[in-house]
Ligand binder design. Structure first.
Ligand SMILES: Nc1ncnc2c1ncn2[C@@H]1O[C@H](COP(=O)(O)OP(=O)(O)OP(=O)(O)O)[C@@H](O)[C@H]1O
Length: 260
């Protein structure tokens, strides 16, 4: 019988990259990367500093478009459609949300932080916004901590709370994919554990793709892991298998802590 993990590995791809090359000017930061991101699962991108993890993540919602001299070759797809084809970038970024390394709440109230995205997408009615704000904060596991201070500044929250607020803000526009770029690296262990639990829960509704330097975090949270080195994807597959029986000696060296 197939294990749950093996079944997960065989499941449908929500996003994928195929033959992806990315250049910053003359520098080739990603080299012929082909990788699927299974729907409703957490995929971890790991590898030493500078190997291209964040570059790949930012390619998935075209954040690299903002970088002068950046060029992308190959295919990046969402539900089978090429995101560099006809899909408007604003639609793409609504469907593929992103949370960064440092919590970055807007200097406004907790409520307005969450309502910001829906308002820019044309939702103005207070009742509808109230529902979205509560649901997003509940989904990000922070509602109970903030429900009595929604009109207070988001900047008064702790770092861990701010990061969950940023996740709630990303969820408020009902994305399908959530990109997390080392989203716990600025947090203490307790806040990190809360976000890891949250990410595991979010995978029932969203496809999550996370960059992490923390290999134990990848093991705890993800079902699929991809290992990168110098812009090349060395190996990808079921997280347990990659960490316990890596196929490539470079992966084995990295996951056993021999470099990086
Ligand atoms: N805007 C840019 N212009 C030129 N080179 C860049 C730019 N952004 C990243 N790079 C280079 O591309 C390579 C990959 O960088 P990237 O940030 O994707 O790596 P990373 O694996 O996420 O690293 P880290 O773990 O340190 O965040 C690095 O050599 C980096 O110096």
């Amino acid at each position: 019988m197939q294990s749950a993990r093996a079944e997960a590995a065989a499941s449908e791809a929500k996003m994928g990259v195929e033959g992806l090359d990315l250049y910053y000017g003359e520098f080739r930061a990603l080299k012929d990367v082909t990788l699927d991101f299974p729907k409703n699962e957490v995929t971890a991108l790991i590898g030493p500093s500078g190997c291209g993890k964040s570059t790949l993540l930012k390619t998935l919602n075209r954040m690299n478009d903002l970088v002068d001299g950046c060029r992308v070759d190959g295919c990046v797809s969402l539900d089978g459609d090429d995101i560099y084809g006809g899909l408007p970038v604003n639609d793409l970024r609504r469907r593929v949300g992103m949370v960064f390394q440092q919590p970055n709440p807007f200097p406004m109230s907790i409520y307005d932080n969450i309502a910001f995205g829906p308002r820019t997408h044309g939702i103005k009615g207070k009742e509808e916004l109230d529902v979205i704000v509560e649901q997003s904060l509940r989904d990000a596991a922070i509602w109970d901590e903030v429900k009595d201070r929604l009109k207070k500044s988001a900047l008064g929250l702790s770092g861990g709370q701010q990061q969950r607020l940023c996740i709630a803000r990303a969820l408020a526009v009902q994305p399908e994919v959530l990109l997390l770029d080392e989203s716990t690296s600025a947090l203490d262990p307790i806040s990190t554990a809360k976000i890891e639990d949250l990410v595991t829960e979010l995978a029932s509704k969203y496809t999550v793709i996370m960059v992490t330097h923390n290999m134990l975090q990848a093991i705890r949270v993800s079902t699929k892991t991809a290992f990168f080195l110098l812009g090349e994807m060395v190996e990808a597959g079921d997280t347990d298998a990659l960490f316990t029986h890596p196929k490539d000696s470079r992966t084995a060296d990295y996951v056993s802590g021999r470099f990086g």
